[in-house]
Design a protein around this ligand. Structure first.
Ligand SMILES: Nc1nc2c(ncn2[C@@H]2O[C@H](COP(=O)(O)OP(=O)(O)OP(=O)(O)O)[C@@H](O)[C@H]2O)c(=O)[nH]1
Ligand SMILES: [Mg+2]
Length: 169
């Protein structure tokens, strides 16, 4: 059985930890309480790690922190990855600036690495149109933008399967 290393990255609160939890069930987390009041109570400070088997593939999922002060972890976690998921909160236009910064970092440091963009929180009413998201991220037309609900297992699996299909080992 082949093993794939997949990194889940994206800005604060995009749903990275949620996705890995939905896919893997029991995971290693590093969430700590936020000291300032915000939309949620904890944030990832080092990494998330989870394992699962999809079809005939073994997958190791690594989630990055979203906050910029932990950016040094991106390179650590990306080492040896086969592909990555850029998660964006499609209900939060303000997070697009951070998402674009992270995407630019990944594209420049890991050129030609297979990846997909997950337009997460697609269950909301007022979501950013794909065209706007692509423009903000400067996403090439061949890179898929996949509407995702990280809380939903079927949606999360669909996203992961799509990326695995793009990876030629
Ligand atoms: N409505 C909705 N909420 C979601 C979805 N995915 C995640 N959330 C919520 O979004 C919030 C942030 O989720 P996390 O998984 O902590 O986000 P993260 O990207 O790991 O955040 P950091 O580690 O702090 O960068 C939580 O309250 C989740 O329940 C989704 O698909 N739909
Ligand atoms: Mg997290």
């Amino acid at each position: 059985m082949r093993t794939y290393k997949i990194v889940v990255t994206g800005p604060f609160n995009a749903g990275k930890t949620t996705l890995i939890r939905t896919l893997c069930g029991k995971i290693l987390e590093s969430d700590r309480r936020l000291l300032v009041e915000t939309v949620k109570q904890t944030t990832t400070v080092a990494l998330d790690f989870g394992l699962l088997e999809v079809d005939d593939k073994r997958v190791r999922l690594f989630g990055t922190p979203g906050q910029r002060r932990f950016f040094f972890m991106w390179r650590v976690l990306a080492k040896g990855m086969d592909g990555y998921i850029l998660m964006v909160d499609s209900q939060d236009p303000k997070s697009l600036v951070d998402a674009a910064f992270i995407y630019d970092y990944f594209r420049r440091n890991f050129p030609d690495k297979p990846h997909v963009i997950a337009a997460n929180k697609a269950d909301g009413g007022n979501i950013i149109p794909e065209k706007v998201m692509r423009h903000a991220l400067k996403a090439p037309s061949e890179i898929p933008v996949i509407p995702t609900v990280a809380l939903d297992r079927e949606s999360a699996m669909n996203l992961l399967r799509f990326l695995l299909g793009m990876i030629k080992l």
